[in-house]
Design a protein around this ligand. Structure first.
Ligand code: ADP
Length: 417
């Protein structure tokens, strides 16, 4: 019988030296995310060439063994399989380090929103929002609260497919009866008012609030409620935009643990409609208004959001951002922060250069004057001595000025070093 010999898999030269099955560029070159709990690297499976994201589980400072957030994330993700949830392929231990291995997506929402050239069309935004609420609908049906929805935790592929990531704070919740959960979840700018007021018996409406914040951010490119980091200042931001809540808006507000503690000093008038009238279409404005209702039981659930006229009636129709395939490079929060830092550095450098140039020009003018006068004296001496020649041209005012660029260049290079 003829033996079928399978060809040996070949590995590209640059990867053949890799001592891991997942090749990544050395040092920080392959970092695409630096989260709270560790770094995320872009890597390639050396045989299949599939791209993966390696999320390193930070073990330093862990007294009780494997970090609980990682355990929670792995356990949850093993139960989740959906088009709009990032797929956990395996957990790998390598050289005493532990990694979660995920399918790789080229962008996240923060990166895309801050992209220097690519802009989302109204149809793209609608398609991304639709996928976001489809993903959320799946999670909530499965009894999972994400509890950390924000732009950086929403991944987008280079063909415009959206997936939720970072399930480190997620948990299963019981739909039939109310349990107590911690209220210290969700990045503070995306945290709903009930959590800011100490609620521990909450449900999927907390994710709807955060998703609404992301939705607004897609249109404005900035966070809607950028507080200063404390619960009090965060509530202030929310009240300043949506108006101080009344008992009519939210009858149960008075029962919340921190209601008395967080009583605002003055009543704020609602600004939202005037501020956002020109940002949104009629249907989009109506949808956001509903998702930002103070009383969590009055907020629409993910399924109801998807049935809203914004998605099912109003033009344009959702349109997949396939154009992303033409965008060069990967754009996550990490790269956009790097770009911002680099731009700031350049701006500062430019400012210093300009200042030094100005100083040098002023100094040059003075020196030039001195030099021109000096040259005159010299010339007079030379001609008195009977000499002469090409080098003895009288230095003019321009000649004085002409020395300035040399000085500027020197100063310029000094500023750069
Ligand atoms: P942490 O829990 O440490 O905050 P995350 O899971 O939020 O880590 O990941 C941090 C960043 O890494 C994300 O904001 C995203 O930009 C990037 N990232 C995470 N998972 C992936 C992935 N599967 N593909 C591409 N980038 C990813």
């Amino acid at each position: 019988m003829k033996k079928i010999i399978k060809p040996r898999p070949t590995v590209p030269a640059e990867m053949s030296a890799s001592d891991s099955i997942y090749y990544r560029k050395p040092g920080n070159e392959s970092v695409v995310g630096a989260g709270t709990y560790g770094k995320v690297f872009k890597a390639i499976h050396i045989y299949t060439q599939d791209k993966v994201a390696l999320k390193k589980i930070r073990m330093e400072g862990e007294r009780d063994g494997f970090p609980i957030t990682a355990v929670r994330e792995i356990r949850l993700l093993q139960h989740l399989r959906h088009k709009h949830v990032v797929a956990l392929q395996e957990v790998m231990v390598e050289k005493n380090e532990c990694f979660m291995v995920f399918e790789y997506l080229s962008h996240d929402m923060t990166g895309l929103i801050n992209h220097p050239t690519f802009t989302l069309t109204p149809g793209h935004k609608k398609h991304l929002a639709k996928q976001m609420f489809e993903g959320l609908d799946y999670l909530h049906r499965r009894g999972v609260l994400h509890r950390d929805i924000k732009a950086a935790n929403i991944l987008i592929s280079n063909t415009g497919i959206l997936k939720f990531a970072d399930f480190g704070l997620a948990r299963f919740y019981t739909k039939s009866h109310q349990n107590d959960y911690t209220n210290r979840v969700i990045t503070i700018w995306y945290r709903p008012p009930e959590l800011l007021l100490g609620e521990t018996q909450y449900g999927p409406a907390v994710d709807i609030w955060s998703a609404a914040c992301v939705f607004v951010e897609m249109f404005t490119r900035k966070a809607i409620f950028p507080g200063e980091g404390t619960e009090l200042s965060q509530l202030d931001k929310v009240y300043a935009m949506l108006g101080t809540p009344t008992r009519n808006d939210w009858p149960r507000i008075v029962d919340l643990p921190w209601f008395e503690l967080m009583q605002p000093v003055e009543r704020k008038k609602r600004q939202f409609e005037t501020q956002y009238r020109d940002v949104f279409t009629t249907a989009a404005l109506d949808l956001v208004t509903k998702m930002f209702r103070y009383d969590p039981i009055k907020r629409p659930n993910a399924e109801e959001v998807l049935e809203h006229p914004y998605f099912v009636e109003e033009q344009p129709k959702p349109e997949q951002a396939v154009e992303l395939e033409q965008v060069s490079g990967d754009w996550h929060e990490y790269e956009s922060k790097q770009m911002r830092r680099e731009n700031e550095r350049r701006r500062k450098e430019e400012y210093v250069r300009e200042r030094e140039k100005r100083k040098a020009t002023e100094a040059g003018l003075k020196d030039g004057k001195g030099e021109a006068e000096g040259q005159m004296e010299k010339k007079q001496k030379i001609s008195a001595g009977g000499g002469g020649g090409g080098g003895s041209r009288p230095a003019s005012r321009e000649g004085g000025k002409a020395t300035a660029p040399t000085t500027t260049t020197a100063v310029g290079s000094h500023a750069r070093s």
